[in-house]
Design a protein around this ligand. Sequence first.
Ligand code: ATP
Ligand code: MG
Ligand code: MG
Length: 370
Amino acid sequence: QPSLGILGGGQLAQMLALAALPLGVRVTVLEPDPEAPARLCAAHLRAPYTDPAALEQLAACAAVTLEFENVPLPALSALHGRAPVRPGAEVLARSKHRVREKEALRAAGAETAPFVAIETAADLEGALDQVGGQGILKTSELGYDGKGQARVTTAEGLRAAWTELGAVPCVLEGLVLFERELSLAVARAPSGQVACGPLVENVHRAGILRSSVFPARVPAGTEVRARSLAAAVAEAWGLEGLLTLEFFQVAGGDLLVNEVAPRVHNSGHLTQNGGASSQFEAQVRAVLDWPLSDWRPLHPCAMVNVVGATDPDGQPLHPDWAGIDALDGTHVHLYHKAWRAGRKLGHVNLTAPDAETLQARLDKLLTLIP
Ligand code: ATP
Ligand code: MG
Ligand code: MG
């Protein structure tokens, strides 16, 4: 029976394990948090990511994959030569560092927002003009859900923002006036086979993904271009596993890559109920070097995140679960996490026979999830 190791035991590992089990694949996660979501559906090595004994057990798996990009280097070194880690160290090094990532994306033929690397105070001089006068300053490493970012419109504002972010290495990106945000995942097996997921349209709120919709409402040809860009990056980077690209679609239809994640992505959760395979099965198959096929849904679908929300007094606001249950086409996915403000606690997938019905159901669902 094949076995898969996962570095990290959060909700992505939980859903990878749930996809792997019916394929006959047993999953072991390495995750220090005793309450981590994946503990309920995978063998749980409860230890630091760098624990030698736990890593030795993980290395007994046929392959090791991950659910977050900031895997400590000692963990990768300890696994080196003992079990294949997919994606590998090179792809991880790129995707966890915004400047290296943008350079590698451009080298693969993708466009990005204009950017300037900010390493020292001297790099701030003239940087805002170089990116077009308005920008977003982001820490080069460790940011997620819009954390570690600041919007800047003046040179003084830029200096203040850099200090506020801790004067750590950053990237200043030009502000992109996008029409919509999109994402698409690509899987590549070590043997070279490539397959893609759907092009999905995403709406963010307060830096966190609020909802995703398939199919994306985009000009003709956009999905084909997104797929070929994703495949080009997967080939150029020698990807083994799954990689998700986040795009800005600007007026005229051009695609800029915002950032990538070397793994399944929140925007791909709707594939769980899309009627075809899911992004989770795709990552499992790619990492184990099994045959791949596209996992584009067979009918319109959407996803709304359940995030710990509060009223103006800071009191928890909960979804209307009875209303969600009564709404046609809903599929609830919960992560078994304690409530915390701003924390991703679950998501609700939505299906419908046609795009119009989907939109009507989505409008309703959005009123049920604060
Ligand atoms: P994630 O949770 O997706 O990993 P993150 O913290 O890495 O988020 P980004 O994806 O870089 O952050 O940015 C979060 C959101 O901020 C984007 O989805 C987009 O809405 C907005 N944004 C980021 N960069 C730019 C930009 N250069 N121009 C305009 N909007 C931007
Ligand atoms: Mg990110
Ligand atoms: Mg992002």
